[in-house]
Design a binder for this molecule. Structure first.
Ligand SMILES: Nc1ncnc2c1ncn2[C@@H]1O[C@H](COP(=O)(O)OP(=O)(O)OP(=O)(O)O)[C@@H](O)[C@H]1O
Ligand SMILES: [Mg+2]
Length: 304
């Protein structure tokens, strides 16, 4: 196996269920050590893609490789290097959290009690590890699922909606944990339909809709300035009328009492000077950022 191979690589990956194309010719490459977000609305094809990446279902077209190996034909080499959490983890409700980890450990060829203690510690389940899983909350089950994914210290983590069922504090902990794991050189691939989640931790994101890839980009590229400024003034209508006389401000408008406008040469200082010179000293002028939500809606046609 070439040591430079991508962590995850999909080539024309497709999956159809009857006539429905759940995943449609997906081309995607995730490099090693990336914290990569896989974003899309409900039904976009995220879980289907992840199930193919884990060899749980077969593609109907194209292929998917992990660490340079086609997954389904190299399962025994690939899967020990991958930790996964897909939708709700499969847990034995009548066993304790610790015994669930022991059971998974046995499937993996044995996990030491020391390692089990470590992963319980990582997911903050230490005090509850001897309770039966059926008494766990949804967030605790999610954490136990993550502990299972971490048990064999995998190089690649593939997590389907890892924030599901977690409370705000749990989400922050999960975020810190994923950052830390990526910092240790692991590849972390997470799916989400919650954009703010991914925006905060991922270096790159792919956006998928109706099974098709719509965009792959570094988060900060997507978050670039919209090229517009938000201006707070006492008399928005008057300021708008003045602006509209300028060739650079034809797109100016008022939104919720705030003037939204381009600036001369795209520079905020020029806009401030213009406003002051025309007798409208603003209370504030700020650059409008596009957030991922806006970008997502515009890329997916707003039908999420
Ligand atoms: N086993 C199946 N049989 C038939 N259709 C399926 C099956 N699994 C998924 N689909 C369809 O494939 C499409 C993609 O589903 P998928 O579960 O991959 O979406 P998702 O992006 O994970 O959505 P969510 O955010 O709701 O988890 C959907 O239209 C779904 O109905
Ligand atoms: Mg899903």
């Amino acid at each position: 196996m070439a040591s430079t191979a991508a962590a995850i690589r999909a080539i024309g990956l497709s999956k159809s269920y009857g006539k429905r194309l759940a995943v449609d010719k997906l081309d995607l490459q995730v490099d090693r050590g990336e914290l990569f977000g896989f974003l899309g609305p409900n039904g976009a094809g995220k879980t289907t893609t992840i199930r193919m990446a884990l060899g749980l279902i077969a593609p109907t077209g194209g292929s998917i490789e992990i660490l340079g190996l086609e997954v389904r034909s190299h399962r025994s080499q690939v899967l020990p290097r991958v930790g996964a959490l897909v939708e709700s983890p499969a847990l034995y409700g009548y066993l304790s959290g610790r015994d669930n980890l022991r059971a998974i450990g046995n499937l993996l060829g044995g996990a030491s009690e020391k390692r089990i203690d470590e992963v319980l510690d990582i997911v903050s389940l230490k005090g509850r590890d001897r309770d039966r899983v059926r008494t766990y909350s949804m967030g605790m089950k999610q954490r136990l699922g993550l502990a299972m994914a971490l048990l064999n210290d995998p190089d690649v983590l593939i997590l389907d909606e890892p924030a599901n069922g977690l409370d705000p504090a749990g989400i922050v902990e999960m975020r810190d944990l994923l950052r830390e794991l990526a910092g240790q050189g692991k590849t972390v691939f997470i799916s989400s339909h919650v954009l703010s989640e991914v925006q905060q931790i991922c270096t790159r994101v792919a956006i998928i809709n109706h099974g098709k890839l719509v965009r792959v980009a570094p988060v900060h590229d997507l978050l670039q300035s919209s090229g517009e400024y938000e201006v707070k003034v006492d008399a928005p209508a008057e300021v708008l009328a003045t602006l509209r006389l300028q060739p650079w401000a034809q797109q100016a408008r008022v939104e919720d009492g705030i003037v939204v406008t381009p600036a001369p040469d795209g520079r905020g200082r020029n806009l401030i000077k213009f406003l002051v010179d025309s007798g409208h000293v603003p209370d504030s002028v700020s650059e409008r950022q596009k957030d991922l939500e806006d970008i997502f809606l515009s890329l997916t046609g707003g039908d999420s």
